[in-house]
Design a protein around this ligand. Structure first.
Ligand SMILES: Nc1ncnc2c1ncn2[C@@H]1O[C@H](COP(=O)(O)OP(=O)(O)O)[C@@H](O)[C@H]1O
Ligand SMILES: [Mg+2]
Length: 271
């Protein structure tokens, strides 16, 4: 688990991290002509506050799994629980950020972040929380700009701040830095760690980047198919015990990196 840094927010504005449980989750998509089993037999217990990275080949069901937690999709069998509640319809305890920031172009940075506030948040509370998020995500100089006037990295910071404005118990990130250049991506990884230190939320993050997974996560989960035409399930799980910041030349990191690349079909000696 990532230990708290010095950035702790006032108590009134902290979210409460929730544990997540997947029990026998499967998902089969049925169309008129065919039935396709995408996920099967997913069983996971994720403690509150854990940062989990989800890896797997393209099309293996990573986004489907996150959508099921958010309530945007329903498992065909099994159930998902966040905190005390089973997911049934849109899950208000979660917030999602995607690869594309999905900002409203006619709204300012500040207004876009405010869209994430939970319904019923008082004006004063909302304004205070947004001020804190703007500071945390380094957007103080950009609050009045429109999305077209900011860089891709800044837009993604707005997207993260908007998700956090909900004070989610579970933050779902679907390849959040996948469209950013390599340097911006590294900065966003640092930002995510400091966000996690000041906002006690559970994070489920899909990434295709093995280094990113090993740098950020307490736990790495790989989804994959055990045979052709079978549904994907959890084929590997790793716990990362090293503290942050993680050095990429440490033995544990190097060994895990090689193992994960191999599992994903890449020869680690070439990379
Ligand atoms: N609503 C849907 N209807 C039919 N098939 C779907 C639907 N959503 C996803 N799929 C299929 O499920 C598989 C997994 O998709 P997805 O979860 O997006 O994979 P990943 O995020 O790992 O790339 C893909 O083959 C995709 O075409
Ligand atoms: Mg996806």
């Amino acid at each position: 688990m990532i230990m708290a840094l010095s950035l702790a927010l006032p108590q009134a504005h902290t979210s409460t991290a929730l544990d997540v449980e997947f029990s026998n989750v499967s998902r089969t998509f049925t169309t008129k002509s065919e039935s396709r089993a995408v996920l099967s037999d997913i069983n996971l217990q994720i403690p509150a506050g854990q940062v989990v990275a989800i890896l797997g080949a393209s099309g293996c069901g990573k986004s489907t799994l996150l959508r099921a937690v958010s309530g945007l999709d329903q498992p065909s069998t099994g159930s998902i629980r966040t905190g005390k509640r089973n997911v049934d319809g849109i899950n208000e305890l979660c917030a999602v950020a995607f690869q594309e920031p999905r900002l409203l172009p006619w709204r300012s940075v500040r207004e876009n972040i405010a869209l994430g506030l939970a319904p019923g948040t008082s004006k004063a509370d909302g304004a205070e929380l947004i001020d804190e998020l703007i500071e945390l995500t380094g957007l103080s100089h950009a609050t009045d700009l429109r999305p077209r006037e900011i860089s891709g990295g800044m837009a993604q910071r707005v997207s993260l701040a908007r998700a956090l404005a909900r004070r989610p118990g579970v933050l779902l990130l679907d390849e959040p830095f996948g469209a950013l250049d390599a340097l911006t991506r590294l900065k966003m990884q640092d930002l995510l760690l400091s966000i996690h230190a000041s906002f006690p939320t559970t994070i489920l993050m899909v990434t295709h980047d093995v280094d990113e997974a090993l740098t950020l996560a307490d736990r790495v989960i790989v989804l994959g198919r055990e045979g052709q035409d079978t549904a994907a399930t959890v084929i590997k799980e790793l716990s990362m015990s090293a503290s942050h910041p993680r050095k990429h030349n440490e033995d544990q990191f190097i060994a895990h990196r090689a193992g994960l690349l191999r599992l994903l079909g890449v020869d680690p000696t070439n990379h």
